[in-house]
Design a protein around this ligand. Structure first.
Ligand SMILES: *Cc1c(COP(=O)(O)O)cnc(C)c1O
Ligand code: SF4
Length: 326
């Protein structure tokens, strides 16, 4: 039987007309979206849709998920694999680009489809973590002496069931050289009911320190349900960090970014990275100029305590870390 969060995920909007009608917006206003939908399908769970203001076609949450005909326009400098993940795919489902930490692609499924995402062109669905691939990945981590931190990424690792996650996390935890387990996920933001008691129990029982990096781009995403979910994680001693993407017309103002940092802190979470957009085809309308991004960072430094200022970074293929921009 589905748990509540699984039912909420299965009940996601996948039809833009139904979604726009729910938000009291006129689909005709947005034109023909079929081409954009073919490139990257539409998916938004109701708990997220309910945070979008009805009748507001400029809502910063809406703009992150709504397909636009504009996505089909080709732009110079945009490609299908802007961060070089395809090149670094040393073996299926494992990605090591940086020192001592390895990314384990734990599933193909995301809870929501964010239009700016660099993974929109990445064949994650072909990389779903079957049990045999999972065992091979664990074996590889065990046999590579340089790895100290395992990062579960995806897709969204929290779209795996609690049982599956418990098995996977316990296996990683049993490798003694692993000192940190990190989970990169947008699920606590999108469907806060995902933070179940069973998940809390698993996370609380692991030997390595657990870091959860959530992904929120706007203070309005962090309602009281999200806050309660994050509080549960904080109470068992999990380190909570947030990464955002700097997105035109969504969070590219000093006010939006400082409200986000302050709201994150109320939710027990520190800002970590603010990413410059990865230039993936179909996302050009979200791009913020580097100069404007740097000016925003200066405004943030002047307004916020240092610990609430995220690091502005860009991911450059082939570099040994994310590249600082300010
Ligand atoms: C971003 C990223 C990491 C994590 O980098 P940190 O700077 O440690 O947050 C690890 N592996 C890959 C492939 C990444 O893209
Ligand atoms: S990987 Fe993250 S940003 Fe990309 S679509 Fe999935 S949830 Fe959104």
């Amino acid at each position: 039987m589905d748990t509540l969060w699984q039912a909420e995920l299965n009940d996601s909007f996948t039809d833009t007309n139904a979604f726009l009608a729910y938000l009291e917006l006129n689909p005709e206003h947005f034109g023909d979206l079929r081409g954009a939908l073919e490139m990257f399908p539409f998916k938004v769970p109701k708990p997220y849709a309910d945070r979008i203001q009805k009748g507001n076609s400029e809502d910063p949450l809406l703009l992150q998920v709504l397909p636009l005909a504009l996505e089909l326009e080709q732009r110079e400098g945009y490609s299908k694999d802007p961060v070089g993940d395809l090149l670094s795919l040393a073996s299926r489902s494992i990605l090591q680009k940086y020192h001592a930490r390895v990314l384990l692609i734990s599933t193909g499924a995301c809870a929501i489809h964010c239009r700016y995402c660099f993974r929109r062109e990445f064949p994650y669905s072909e990389m779903a973590l079957t049990k045999s691939i999972e065992s091979a990945a664990i074996e590889e981590i065990r046999n590579n002496p340089s790895i100290e931190e395992v990062i579960l990424s995806g897709g969204d690792p929290l779209s795996l069931s609690d049982e599956r996650l418990r098995r996977l996390l316990t296996e990683i935890s049993d490798i003694s050289k692993i000192t940190r387990i990190r989970i990169h996920t947008r699920l606590p933001i999108v469907v806060p009911n995902r933070i179940t008691d069973a998940l809390i129990e698993t996370l609380g029982s692991l030997r390595p320190r657990v870091v959860m990096v959530i992904h929120s781009n706007h203070a309005r995403e962090l309602d009281q349900h999200v806050q309660a979910a994050l509080q549960k994680l904080a109470l068992i001693g999990i380190t909570l960090l947030n990464q955002s993407v700097l997105l035109k017309s969504i969070n590219d103002s000093a006010t939006a970014l400082s409200e986000l940092s302050e709201r994150l802190f109320e939710c027990h979470t520190l800002p970590y990275y603010l990413h410059m957009l990865d230039k993936v085809e179909g996302s050009h309308h979200f791009d913020v100029e580097e100069q404007d991004a740097q000016a925003l960072m200066e405004a943030l430094r002047n307004r916020l305590p240092g610990y609430l200022v995220p690091k502005l970074v860009r991911e450059i293929a082939g570099e040994p870390s994310k590249t600082p921009m300010a």
